[in-house]
Write a protein of this length. Sequence first.
Length: 164
Amino acid sequence: MHVLKRFNEILVTVGSWGTIFFMVVIAIVIPYEVTGRYVFQKMSMWSGEVSTYSLVWASMLGGAVGLRKGYMISMTAVLDSVPQGVVKLLKFISYLCALIFFGAMFGYGLFQTIYNAKQTSPAMGLVMSYPYAALPTGFFIMFFLTMEELLIFLGLGPKGGEEQ
């Protein structure tokens, strides 16, 4: 469990810095494009693709980091209205469903990344595997974060701030 926890800490750190990086790219490219379009009446061909692909990466990495930090929606009203035994069952089922979903999306994203290896973007000529790689990367991180949460839920890992 300690190895998984450390691995997830590395994934979240990389995901956090990746999200910051891609948000900075967006924050630079979009004003550049707006200035070029409306002030200089010249559009660059690449800026739309860069901002779009950066948004995809920021969304996937940010979603994974948000999952760790508890920013995802949940239906606490349902859990508050059922007996404790049912709460545990519902949480277990939700972890399993999330793992199945994240695993399937990782596989699908990996397939799309490989499938699009020969396709290039129209403006930059970028191999489309790079933007598509955001899917398996984000879902890979989400899968392992959820696996850690499930193991803690099952009592196989530290609870709260405990260290093993």
